[in-house]
Design a protein around this ligand. Structure first.
Ligand SMILES: C[S@@+](CC[C@H](N)C(=O)[O-])C[C@H]1O[C@@H](n2cnc3c(N)ncnc32)[C@H](O)[C@@H]1O
Length: 187
């Protein structure tokens, strides 16, 4: 396991905070690594919802879940995460995870965007239980640019501190706009 990978760190933090057998939402399914991680955490009694806007992601995730023997553990939804409220009730989710950007090896134009990402975070915070957490892997630079990162950070910075704890992390000695893991805890 490569301990310097952002996804590894996010999974470790989630595991240290989240109950097993809970309700988890993967807001950006991609190749399904976070969905599979949530399925393992959910076990037999939990529930997982996963969103993506492209069929390639749904197919890749379904294939990964079959390969890992995690069939039928998640509901894979082909829709934008900005419509998350259609699929989940307020104050029900233990963890919501975002891994922004584009599908690795896929079309870079089908990428998360500042406006819809903020809408999704806003809805996700309503859907989170009190005591629940949100994990956000934020990318910037290259094709992605900085607009989405800056908009997300500005939004999170202004969340009321009595209701939310926001922890922003950084790779301190790495160049080329490294990804940024951020965690939001709902009080
Ligand atoms: C970096 S990938 C996610 C990686 C993934 N979590 C994994 O484990 O492989 C980002 C994904 O977000 C998806 N995406 C883009 N806009 C979206 C939207 N509005 N709602 C949901 N997913 C979106 C892309 O199609 C892409 O598959």
């Amino acid at each position: 396991m490569n301990n310097s990978q952002i996804t590894h760190w996010c999974h470790e933090i989630i595991k240290s905070q989240a109950p097993k057998g809970g309700f988890y939402i993967d807001a950006t399914m991609g190749k399904g690594n976070d969905t599979a991680f949530f399925c393992e955490l959910a076990g037999e009694t939990g529930e997982v919802l996963a969103f993506d806007v492209q069929i390639k992601a749904i197919e890749a995730t379904a294939a990964l879940l079959i390969e890992k023997g995690l069939v039928d553990c998640a509901t894979l939804i082909m829709d934008g995460h900005e419509k998350m409220k259609k699929y989940a009730q307020p104050e029900t989710a233990d963890v919501i995870c975002f891994n922004f950007g584009y599908l690795p090896g896929g079309d870079h134009n089908i990428s998360t965007k500042a406006q819809t990402s903020i809408m999704a975070i806003e809805q996700g915070l309503e859907i989170l239980k009190k005591g629940g957490m949100m994990s956000l892997c934020i990318y910037s630079g290259g094709d992605t640019g900085f607009e989405e990162r800056d908009a997300i950070l500005e939004y999170l910075k202004n969340l009321p501190p009595k209701q939310y704890v926001v922890i922003k992390n950084e790779y301190f000695n790495r160049g080329n706009n490294p990804p940024m893991p951020v965690f939001v805890f709902k009080n």
